[in-house]
Design a protein. Structure first.
Length: 181
């Protein structure tokens, strides 16, 4: 019997954009609202999640979404960007670097292996694209996410500022080199 989990490339249409906006908004609030002010959360969510915002991202040739459906319901996704300059000095080439901009799993699906399935799909896609590395930024205070990424072999290579409303926070930059590259 096949698994009810389906991870696929997201299609660039308003229905998919609406699903991504809803899951993104929900998971971001579930994960970060307890540690941040309502004003900063509202500002960030308004500028980051909305069907029109996600539709524009879906239409960007540098951005790819993998969306996870469980029994037909969107329960998580990964937003990826090709040729990322995250953690790269200005003089270095960014070709072959895939950035995980967002890896979100709804709270009611965390701990089920869904995040790991998404990560395996990301790494498989990076291999198919002949990427040399996968990079990401993770909030320094998000211990659960940091431990998750470490299990997949990501290592800290630096830091950068992340703006959440009026609050400038610190994200750790993590990198995973890919075999043979």
């Amino acid at each position: 019997m096949s698994s009810p989990l389906r991870i696929s490339l997201a299609k660039a249409n308003i229905a998919t954009a609406t699903q991504l906006a809803e899951v993104g908004r929900q998971t971001f609030m579930e994960t970060y609202q307890a540690q941040n002010t309502p004003e900063n959360m509202a500002a960030f969510v308004a500028q980051t999640f909305g069907p029109e915002i996600q539709l524009a991202e879906l239409q960007d040739p540098e951005i790819t979404f993998l969306i996870a459906h469980m029994q037909g319901e969107a329960v998580g996704y990964a937003k990826l960007q090709d040729n990322s300059d995250l953690g790269v000095p200005e003089s270095q080439d960014t070709a072959g670097r895939l950035e995980i901009k967002q890896l979100y799993v709804r709270e009611d699906w965390q701990g089920t292996g869904l995040g790991a399935a998404l990560m395996r799909s990301i790494l498989a896609l990076a291999e198919q694209l002949h990427c040399t590395a996968v990079v990401l930024g993770v909030w320094e205070k998000n211990e659960r996410a940091r431990a998750f990424y470490q299990r997949f072999g990501f290592r800290e290579i630096g830091q950068h500022a992340f703006q959440l409303g009026q609050d400038t926070q610190t994200d750790l930059i993590l990198r995973k080199g890919l075999a043979g590259r």
